[in-house]
Design a protein around this ligand. Structure first.
Ligand code: ATP
Length: 321
């Protein structure tokens, strides 16, 4: 008998529920018995594994967060605890696992695959878009739209008071959110961890804008660049306008998933089950050039081999002038 478990791990992201739903439905239609694991690897360790009925996934496609709950588990990084977790799966006869999460979650999944032969597939669920092997991660589009909404509101004050406002958005290693928000929201400056971001260059750009008659500036700062208040302090020495900073924080992670994220979640889930049905495992699914693809979990690295963002950076700079 084919038994498959689903878990969500790492930071929550809108679209995780849509992925849980689609995975459960498609797996069931392919003859799998479907289990849910609460609290990611922590729940696997604590045996929070339950038979998932169809009812569990009904009415969740439009809900943010994850109904399976998510957690982080330091213990799971140790072999002796992983053995307990793997045994909890084995004693229920579960030999297939779909992991929805970020690159850390994939590392754990890869170990379960290699050490215990559990047939795992990863689905990239994280707002940061910082996973190698996929053009988009689940939650990125929803988060981008949340940021754009906030930008419009913040711009009202920036304009009325003629201020320079720095908006710190999520993205520890990847500037994608800041970059896309800058392009789509008409941002006036950008700082991302992939680039050097000399404060003098930003200051020059902002001064130039004011010379050209612009009355306000909105600058997108990815959190990976550093504390936005420190950046504000540095910028004060260079420009005369009043500066304020906003940290958007957790509102970026929540909310109803966009249509794009729901479709992406469903397509990724379908690919994950297709892969397992074909006898493949130890891979993550992704979307590249609008095609569903897979990459070995061994290759996944959030920082080293990511897609190039230089063209988008140039575009953002050009449009922000
Ligand atoms: P996000 O980037 O959205 O936070 P993530 O999946 O990268 O998502 P992490 O906190 O890095 O989040 O990882 C989630 C969990 O995966 C960890 O708490 C841990 O249980 C497991 N994990 C991470 N790295 C490893 C590793 N090297 N070996 C075994 N398990 C790991």
């Amino acid at each position: 008998e084919k038994k498959l478990a689903i878990l969500t791990s790492g930071g929550d992201a809108p679209g995780m529920n849509a992925a849980i739903r689609a995975t459960a439905k498609i797996a069931e239609s392919c003859g799998f018995e479907v289990y849910g694991i609460r609290r990611g690897y922590l729940g696997m360790l604590n045996d929070e594994i339950f038979l998932m009925t169809g009812r569990f996934v009904s009415g969740i496609i439009d809900k943010g967060g994850t109904v399976l709950l998510t957690a982080r588990s330091e213990e799971f990084k140790q072999a002796r605890f992983r053995e307990i977790a793997a045994n909890n799966l084995k004693k229920k006869g579960i030999n297939y696992l779909v992991v929805i999460g970020g690159d850390g979650s994939y590392r754990g999944a890869n170990l379960l695959y290699k050490e215990y032969g559990i047939k795992v597939v990863g689905i990239p669920g994280t707002i940061d878009n910082d996973i190698y092997g996929t053009d988009y991660t689940l939650g990125f589009d929803t988060c981008l739209n949340t940021i754009l909404d906030a930008m419009s509101k913040i711009r009202d004050t920036a304009t009325s008071h003629e201020r320079t406002i720095l908006i710190q958005v999520m993205g520890r290693h990847a500037g994608d959110l800041a970059l896309h928000a800058c392009i789509a929201g008409g941002g006036d400056g950008i700082m991302i961890p992939e680039m050097d971001n000399p404060i003098e260059m930003l200051a020059l750009q902002l001064k130039e804008r004011r010379k050209n008659g612009k009355l306000h500036d909105i600058v997108l700062v990815a959190e990976g660049v550093g504390n936005v208040l420190d950046i504000e302090k540095k910028l004060r020495g260079h420009i005369n306008s009043e500066i304020r900073s906003v940290v958007l924080g957790y509102i970026q992670r929540g909310g109803t998933p966009s249509g794009f994220d729901r479709v992406l979640a469903s397509r990724m889930a379908a690919k994950a089950i297709e892969v397992l049905n074909n006898g493949e495992a130890g891979v993550m699914v992704g979307i590249e050039k609008n095609e569903m693809v897979t990459h070995p979990l061994d290759e996944v690295d959030s920082t080293e081999k990511r897609k190039s963002i230089e063209k988008d950076y140039e575009l953002a700079l050009l449009l922000s002038k």
